[in-house]
Design a protein around this ligand. Structure first.
Ligand SMILES: *Cc1c(COP(=O)(O)O)cnc(C)c1O
Length: 358
């Protein structure tokens, strides 16, 4: 590629073997991508370099005012050795929407996709082979001006890391218990809820920690104004199946527009299900449960694809969904989407992008 320098490592690391536990996000490949932005010049010096530390001024904007955006996506290895990405343009388009909200300069989507392909192919041998395992991809941008004044930075760093990650479910799809968060809120309309930015996570950690202490895996966030309408869970969008209809909260500016969410809506509609995007009050969910009509509930996101909810607690009310087992629509959706992602089935045009062979 023009405008992309490549410096290969002289010290390749030992790759994890088939028997090694990978977990999530703690092992990194041999290379990473870097690019800088300076006001007046634009983005420049795109390069693939050996993975390693980056140095920052202690006054760097991101450290003080959290001017940061990120993405999360995966590269998959099919059983016949093809290297696949899933709707990569969607991630970089979303990154630009996050950037706009955080006053970070726009990126060229095509350049991001093409340079990512180069990076993944250089480190393709790191894509794990185990069933359900993949190469997690983390593009991010930080404001990096050495200045304590509160204003958008004049300098930025774009970086992409690759991390081989194990299957999210080591022992099959397992429904999780979650509860409705009534004290803290994640986002409000007009805030940064729709942007993928680190600050949203910093402000949600306390609720997440308390949930873990209580033996729950996530919290279900309500809207930040009335604490009445369902938002999303942790790093996942949420779906309900009520009386056969699939319902997910509409994108109102406080919800992260998940690419798995969007794909799930499109796939389920293709397969003949009724899928509705609308406001849904937590009271409506509880009423549906009491009427015996809350058939299924599941979260969607790149990491887990689908995470069925087996138990939902709202105040003193405990709702056991589908006997704590995975429901038929969740199971169908999981299979359809993972078959496309891992190249076992052909999805809609442009979803699975083959970038080379192992
Ligand atoms: C990334 C993310 C999601 C899921 O988005 P996908 O594109 O499906 O991975 C959902 N909620 C939050 C808060 C997120 O950061």
């Amino acid at each position: 590629m023009e405008n992309l320098k490549i410096e290969l490592t002289q010290h390749p690391k030992k790759k994890p073997g088939p028997g090694d536990k990978l977990g999530f996000g703690s092992v990194f490949t041999d290379h990473m991508m870097l690019m800088e932005y300076d006001r007046g010049i634009g983005w420049h010096d795109a390069r693939i370099v050996p993975f390693g530390p980056i140095t920052l001024s202690p006054a760097s904007t991101v450290l003080h005012y959290a001017q940061e955006t990120f993405e999360g996506m995966k590269a998959y290895r099919s059983t016949d050795g093809r290297v696949l990405l899933f709707r990569p343009e969607e991630n970089f388009k979303r990154l630009n929407r996050s950037n706009e909200r955080l006053c970070i300069p726009e990126l060229d989507v095509d350049f991001c996709v093409e340079s990512l392909k180069e990076l993944v192919m250089i480190d393709k041998d790191w894509i794990p082979e185990a069933e359900g395992a993949s190469l997690y991809i983390r593009p991010f941008i930080i404001g990096n001006e050495s200045k304590l004044g509160v204003k958008e930075a004049d300098n930025y760093i774009y970086c992409v890391l690759l991390s081989p990650s194990g299957a999210y479910y080591e022992s099959g799809l397992k429904p999780v218990p979650i509860y409705v968060e009534e004290e803290y809120v994640r986002a409000v309309r007009g805030g940064t809820g729709f942007a993928k930015t680190g600050g949203n996570y910093a402000s949600s950690m306390r609720a997440q920690t308390i949930a873990h202490e209580k033996g729950y895996s996530q919290v279900l966030w309500l809207d930040g104004v009335e604490k009445k309408y369902v938002g999303e869970v942790g790093a996942m969008n949420i779906f309900f199946v009520i009386d056969g209809e699939v319902i997910t909260p509409e994108l109102d500016g406080s919800i992260l527009p998940g690419i798995t969410r969007k794909s799930m809506i499109e796939l389920l509609r293709r397969d003949g299900y009724t899928v509705t995007e609308r406001q849904i009050a937590i009271q409506e969910v509880a009423d549906a449960y009491d009427a015996g009509k809350l058939d299924e509930m599941f979260g969607t996101g790149t990491a887990a694809v689908i995470s069925p909810v087996g138990e939902l607690k709202w105040g003193d009310k405990i709702m056991k969904i589908n006997n704590g087992e995975i429901g038929p629509i969740s199971a169908h959706a999981y299979k359809e989407l993972t078959d496309i992602q891992w190249g076992r089935a052909k999805g809609p045009d442009g979803w699975s992008v083959e970038i080379g062979h192992i």
